[in-house]
Design a protein around this ligand. Structure first.
Ligand code: IPE
Ligand code: IPE
Ligand code: MG
Length: 248
């Protein structure tokens, strides 16, 4: 195999978060059942994980099942849970070999105890890895996460004056990850669908019509190049040497 030239990005996001959308439409276009789309989407996630490791992205968060996805027909929900169980069983060793540290964000309690067990053992197995920190958002909702944080704060009787943006973030599911630099949504939809509401306040958003199973390494590169051309101001002003009033 020929050596692959390492790609040099002008600016690499430390944390990429992805709303993996469009599996159903991908299947429909091929006259396949929706589950075939979800399987293809899962296959694709492997490529994206590999690409993140290759590019040196440190954090990847993927939205795989939302708190609203329980509204779907039961057979689709069951199919999605089966896929998760399969991945945790059959692919965890490979992820471990790649140095992926797997974490879960979302409500675990509502999931089948067997799945909870599989998630917990995958987390335990990979906890010392540090090539790529990967959060899987499963039964995740941004509003639910904020409510969960408030509950924790009340239960732990934290003093109001101790609560600020930083300490509040410590109560979110994502407390071990920095805020995402880049949030990607595939399939042409332009909404958050309750993903990382708090954390994405100053993320750069990238929307693409490409359906998730078709969003491969090349498409990820394109998104990262696009990110490299963005000017992030965080509410401040463009940093010019001539502009002495710039304080940010
Ligand atoms: C994303 O694909 C996967 C999940 C939400 C679980 P969809 O199933 O939403 O696919 P579309 O949006 O119907 O094409
Ligand atoms: C968002 O996609 C959730 C995931 C990708 C897991 P949906 O397909 O559920 O979102 P809506 O319903 O189009 O907003
Ligand atoms: Mg969708």
């Amino acid at each position: 195999m020929a050596d692959i030239e390492p790609i040099s990005f002008e600016r690499l996001p430390a944390h990429i978060a992805i709303i993996m959308d469009g599996n159903g439409r991908w299947a429909e276009k091929r006259h396949l059942p929706r589950m075939a789309g979800h399987r293809a989407g899962t296959e694709n996630l492997r490529n994206i994980i590999k690409a993140c490791v290759e590019f040196g992205v440190k954090y990847l968060t993927v939205y795989a099942f939302s708190t609203e996805n329980w509204k779907r027909p039961q057979d689709e929900i069951d199919g999605l849970m089966r896929i998760l169980a399969d991945v945790l069983e059959k692919e965890i060793e490979e992820l471990h070999q790649q140095g992926v540290c797997l974490r879960h964000i979302g409500r675990l309690e509502k999931l089948d105890p067997k799945i909870q067990e599989k998630i917990n053992s995958a987390i335990k197995l990979t906890k010392n890895n540090d090539q790529l920190f990967m959060n899987i958002a499963w039964n995740y909702g941004g509003r639910d996460e904020i409510i969960y944080a408030v509950h924790q704060i009340i239960e732990q009787q934290i003093e109001p004056k101790q609560i600020n943006e930083e300490t509040f973030s410590d109560f979110l599911y994502t407390h071990q990850s920095p805020d995402p630099d880049l949030v990607i949504r595939t399939s042409g939809e332009m909404r958050t669908s309750n993903f990382l509401l708090w954390q994405s306040a100053y993320s750069e958003w990238y929307f693409t019509p490409v359906l998730w199973p078709d969003f491969g390494r090349e498409e990820l590169m394109e998104a990262i190049f696009d990110f490299g051309n963005r000017e992030r101001r965080f509410g401040g002003r463009k940093n010019k040497d001539s502009d002495k009033s710039y304080a940010g």
